[in-house]
Design a protein around this ligand. Structure first.
Ligand SMILES: Nc1ncnc2c1ncn2[C@@H]1O[C@H](COP(=O)(O)OP(=O)(O)OP(=O)(O)O)[C@@H](O)[C@H]1O
Length: 275
């Protein structure tokens, strides 16, 4: 895969591509996420090192890389769980580099985690309703009332194909349904930039296609920009418009799924170690 003229490793037009790095263009207008020179260091260790990434609005970007490459740390920086030690993060043009989590949520940044995080004793509906209410805060928005928040929570459950389980305690749901519930919970926050951290983790192979279909529906039906870290490479290839490759804390390239898979650097850096 050759570097395209006039683009850098993050796929931004108008900047020279760096030698040996993968490049891509989405052809869309409007940038949902712009990461420049992002660094996260602990002690002497550079967990993220000058990461560059530009994600057009509405894109589905897969993020891959070997264990310990820095994928979750990148998500932690974008979602505000940790503060970068260098560089900048802009969401829809707003500088959120050091903004608190709640401010990012107001700007439409939503996130799921590798491990399940639902209230097991509450019903699926109640779990989502709490998220709806927390998101609406004290405002007088439509779903600020109990009835409105229940209606909105039911919509979110329908959108992830979990409407039939609305009254079931979250703790009694299958692992796949818990993953869907987490998606419904994050949908309740009306994300415009959604970070999915290993959504398929722990899922049985028989449950993967259904969750892939739910995620595809959310992306296509809601115009949400999605970043997804996922070790199931076939899931990434099936969903992503482009794939970003992290290796030892550095962004080694961003390109179409097929170009990434053909790249010798990716094959040795990621597939060789991960499979
Ligand atoms: N706050 C921290 N303090 C010390 N080390 C950290 C911290 N955060 C991350 N690391 C280390 O940075 C490296 C990258 O971690 P990260 O979880 O981001 O990788 P990853 O690509 O998501 O890996 P995996 O695929 O295994 O989830 C790891 O070696 C991790 O132990």
């Amino acid at each position: 895969m050759g570097a395209r003229a006039g683009q850098d490793a993050a796929g931004r037009p108008g900047r020279p591509a760096r030698g040996g790095e993968l490049t891509a263009s989405s052809g869309r207008t409007g940038t949902a996420l712009e990461v420049e020179g992002l660094c996260f260091a602990v002690g002497g260790a550079r967990i993220l090192d000058q990461v560059e990434l530009s994600v057009p609005a509405g894109e589905f970007l897969g993020v891959i890389g070997p264990n310990g490459a820095g994928k979750t740390t990148l998500f932690n920086c974008v979602s505000g769980l940790v503060s970068p030690t260098g560089g900048s993060i802009r969401v829809d043009g707003h500088d959120l580099t050091h903004a608190p989590v709640h401010q990012r949520a107001r700007r439409g940044v939503g996130r799921t985690f590798q491990t399940s995080s639902v209230f097991p004793a509450l019903s699926a509906l109640e779990n989502v309703r709490l998220a709806v209410q927390a998101h609406s805060g004290g405002s007088l928005r439509l779903w600020g009332s109990t009835r409105g928040s229940v209606r909105r929570a039911a919509e979110c459950l329908d959108q992830v194909r979990l409407g039939r389980r609305a009254e079931h305690p979250a703790g009694s749901l299958s692992h796949g349904d818990k993953r869907k519930l987490e998606l419904a919970i994050v949908l309740a926050t009306e994300p415009r930039l959604l970070l999915l951290d290993e959504p398929m983790a722990g899922l049985g192979v028989e449950d993967v296609p259904e969750l892939v279909a739910v995620i595809r529906d959310l992306h296509r039906g809601h115009g949400i920009t999605v970043l997804m870290v996922e070790h199931h490479i076939e899931v990434v290839l099936g969903l992503a418009d482009r794939v970003a490759v992290l290796h030892h804390g550095r962004m080694v390239g961003v390109d179409t799924p097929s170009a990434v898979m053909e790249d010798p650097l990716v094959q040795s850096a990621y597939l060789g170690e991960a499979l």
